[in-house]
Design a protein around this ligand. Sequence first.
Ligand code: FDA
Length: 320
Amino acid sequence: MLRSFLIYLSKAAWAQRVVTRWGFAWRMASRFVAGEQMDDAIRAVKELNARGINATLDQLGEHTSTASEADAAAAKIVRLLESIDEADVCANVSIKLTQIGMGLDDAVCRANLSRILAAAQGQGNFIRIDMEDSPFTDKTLALLGEMRALGYGPETVGTVLQSYLYRTDDDARKLLLKRTKIRLVKGAYAEPAEVAFPKKKDVDANYDRLTALLLDAALEQAPPQNSDGRTPPLAAFGTHDQKRIEFGKSYAAQIGLPKASLEIQMLYGIRRDLQEALAKEGYPMRVYVPFGTHWYPYFMRRLAERPANIWFFVSNFFRK
Ligand code: FDA
């Protein structure tokens, strides 16, 4: 209930106007966001790299409302790829398709994505297409398919699948046939029971089933060479849930999969202790580092995931 309300607020323009006006809201958001400028993000990546952790950078933004905004967002992402090269950091890039024109104009989105992938391919970097809410799932996967047909291979582009959706098993099998690199997450949006498991225990059980599917597929490939910290292995697990991570680790060990084939990803500012412990254990660890001025919807989804964050937020407000 509270989760759905917060997710509703994450999309409400009026709430965005109210919340982003409070300076203290940004101070709270900055627990999850590396800063407003690209330099802030590169600095955060350097700190992670120094601790043996790779990054995926996200220039925050979604649901742009004009083609020129979408083009400008794509230009910033291309610039971000250049900054990664210039700073020589271990990072790739995550993007949202509604940021570069999906839902606005498919041709604009297609042209922008192709431009971003061409830049990534030229630099030997990797773009992860984040998965947004279910009205965009088919379109996202179709556009990914088009890009693969244009010659952008699995070393250049991959995507995200969500264990709360009933359809994900089918999607995963299709993507794995093409060796598409997948980040498995539980899913961060409010979805109706017609498309997604309403109960957390079912989402978790499906996460474990899909983990096994991805790891079995990873076994059929030569162990990845991830020394550049950019190209991820076939299977990546975006979760802070220790039970899910333990399941993945023990399943991989059981089938004889090397640690290098099992990347674990977490969000900036969440479970730093676990991030460090997993990196020390020898698992490839990657942190999702968002930055930029469009932090509001991302921040609200982080509040929705964990009610305790709201009390942290409220108590800081009254402490002022
Ligand atoms: P769960 O919600 O069960 O949390 C497990 C534990 O993690 C909690 O008990 C708490 O300790 C900690 N935790 C989780 N969320 C927290 C928070 N916000 N604040 C503080 N502690 C928290 N979703 C999506 O729909 N599309 C996408 O493309 C992505 N991409 C993505 C990338 C990466 C790297 C990650 C880690 C996650 C995503 N997500 C996502 C978000 C994902 O779907 C999910 O909403 C969150 O990861 C929270 O779920 P957990 O798997 O962590 O489990």
